[in-house]
Design a protein around this ligand. Structure first.
Ligand code: FE2
Length: 314
């Protein structure tokens, strides 16, 4: 007879924010080491709700790193844009970073800006932990979508079709924008191109989800260019239907922690219509090489896997 795990009361309060995605977590102090039961409860809430929100957690960089280490192996801040010298795990997300990279970005399509973090690498991060420090009084909300729910909502014949497909993900400037010379130099120095399955089997839950990252996914292997374009347009539109999404209003001290294997998120655009400052800091946790429903893993075509920040210190 197999052992039945003893039931114990949850160590956290989980407050779902929509039917498919997003839960606020209360009852955890992220500034200090968590009890193992609390780590386990947060992790299982993450698998179920895909993105977790915490309020009033004014962490330092060191506390942010310590929090991340309880859930995985922090990567270097960013494989293309680098990291800060003192905290190689931390990637600053400020409103000015976009100006440094692109000129005249135009939102030519409704899904512009939606992405899953660093899917151009063979081993995209399994999770991201984003911490809000300077937050505008309004604007700058972030949205996430549940790509497992989106997959399940496709018709059965289309699910069967996409199950066998592979997509090419490249690190590049968004469509409709003109990259600055600095940005072009950086991505030429560290090109990233990976063929991923279009449907990914979650390594912990076994759930299938679309591995479509609109900013990085360029085309579907083996299809004619027009077939690829039309199918991607259909999938991108479908994946961001409002019922699969949740929207988060930041406050100073807010933290969003998402499963990067089953979600995409939208970097806010409305901030650029204001003069408000906005400063967040991100840590990503090292992830597995994705595997499709047919058991085939992703294949790297250009560039190196994302490395652990710890490797720099050894
Ligand atoms: Fe992102």
């Amino acid at each position: 007879m197999s052992a039945v795990p003893a039931l114990r009361p949850s160590t956290i309060d989980v407050l779902p924010q929509s039917a498919h995605i997003g839960a606020e977590i209360r009852g955890a102090d992220l500034s200090r080491p968590l009890a193992p039961e609390q780590v386990a409860d947060i992790r299982s809430a993450l698998l179920q709700w895909k993105v977790l929100f915490f309020r009033d957690q004014p962490l330092s960089h060191a506390q942010h790193v310590a929090l991340a280490r309880q859930f995985g192996e922090p990567t270097i801040g960013h494989p293309v844009f680098g990291f800060e010298a003192d905290y190689p795990e931390i990637y600053p997300v400020s409103r000015n970073r976009k100006k440094a990279r692109y000129q005249g970005t135009e939102l030519v399509r409704p899904w512009s800006g939606w992405h899953t973090d660093v899917t151009a690498a063979i081993n995209p991060p399994f999770a991201s932990i984003l911490r809000g420090v300077v937050i505008p009084p309004y604007s700058g909300d972030t949205q996430w979508t549940n790509l497992a729910a989106a997959y399940q909502a496709l018709s059965e014949p289309l699910r069967r079709f996409v199950d066998g497909l592979r997509g090419l993900h490249r690190y590049t400037a968004p469509q409709g924008s003109v990259a600055t010379d600095d940005f072009v130099n950086k991505i030429q120095r560290r090109p990233l191109l990976t063929e991923h399955p279009l449907v990914r089997v979650h390594p912990e839950t076994g759930e299938k989800s679309l591995l479509i990252s609109p900013t990085f996914l360029q085309s579907i292997a083996g299809l004619a260019p027009r077939e690829s374009q039309v199918l991607l347009e259909l999938l991108f539109e479908h994946a961001i239907r409002p019922e699969f999404t949740v929207r988060f209003k930041w406050e100073p001290g807010s933290i969003a922690f998402w499963d990067n294997r089953s979600t995409a998120h939208l970097a806010p655009q409305d901030i650029f219509a204001t003069d408000f400052d906005r400063q967040l800091f991100r840590i990503t946790l090292g992830g597995e090489v994705p595997v499709g429903p047919d058991g085939r893993a992703s294949v790297s075509l250009e560039g190196d896997p994302i490395t652990a920040a710890r490797a720099l210190q050894e």
